[in-house]
Design a protein around this ligand. Structure first.
Ligand SMILES: Cc1cc2nc3c(=O)[nH]c(=O)nc-3n(C[C@H](O)[C@H](O)[C@H](O)COP(=O)(O)O)c2cc1C
Length: 219
């Protein structure tokens, strides 16, 4: 894979071909991309609601009404739509669950190392909870990291995507009962395949980025 080629191939797809579906083998990889993203202290403070069926996409499209109507067709015509959700809290029960899950995966050769990692993670969480008072924001940042990973990841599979912050969070939280489960929606990403007539393909609308010497300082 040529990473620069992939970065130039991908673009925010505005028009999806409603007749093209992501294969089940690619869908399995997509779920693994979501799972394998790094996060600070391996907190993994996320959940993903994926609309695959017409009915699922219709439910997702409830979050693209009113002001957000410009995103409706991207939801309805995509092959799948992934709603990225963030945890609202990281309570003791979750921290313990995480620790045991890491232990099960063989991360801890002994209990001392296990408890040290647990302590360190809790120190970080407490800094954000009490000192900086931005625990939720910190967790949301981890979700955005996953989003970046995801956008590049699906592009390597030749799958188009459109990230959408233009969604009604409250409506989607209600639709999927997210708040009761300790989550809130952050961003949706439609995935599938571009239409030839999409106005945003890079031959018609070239990508635009600030110049290297403006954004990078090499010392
Ligand atoms: C977090 C995020 C939210 C975005 N929200 C929307 C959106 O609601 N609707 C849309 O059409 N594009 C949306 N975009 C697409 C951006 O406008 C696009 O990524 C940017 O212009 C760079 O272009 P490119 O993705 O084609 O390289 C979003 C992008 C990101 C990263």
């Amino acid at each position: 894979m040529d990473i620069i080629k992939t970065l130039n191939w991908r673009y925010s797809t505005k028009s999806f071909d409603a007749n093209k579906k992501i294969s089940s083998s690619d869908f399995a990889k997509i779920k693994e991309i979501l799972r394998m993203s790094p996060s600070s202290t391996n907190l993994q403070p996320w959940h993903f609601v994926i609309a695959e069926t017409e009915e699922g996409k219709k439910r997702m499209a409830k979050g693209t009404q009113g002001f957000f109507i410009f995103n409706e067709a991207k939801v309805l015509n995509a092959s799948h739509v992934v709603l990225f959700c963030s945890r609202i809290t990281a309570d003791e029960e979750y921290m313990q669950k995480l620790l045991e899950s890491e232990d099960k995966d063989g991360r801890y050769p002994n209990d001392e190392i296990k408890q040290n990692v647990n302590g360190g993670r809790n120190v970080f969480a407490d800094i954000h909870k009490y000192d900086l008072k931005d625990l939720q924001h910190w967790m949301e940042k981890q979700v955005y990291l996953n989003i970046g990973n995801f956008l590049l990841g699906v592009a390597t599979l030749g799958i188009d995507a459109c990230p959408m912050e233009g969604i009604d969070i409250k409506v989607l939280d209600e639709e999927f009962g997210l708040r009761e489960k300790g989550f809130t929606a952050i961003t949706a990403i439609s995935i599938g395949y571009r239409t030839e007539s999409d106005f945003n393909t890079t031959d018609k609308t070239p990508k635009s980025r600030l110049p290297e010497d403006e954004i990078i300082t090499v010392l």
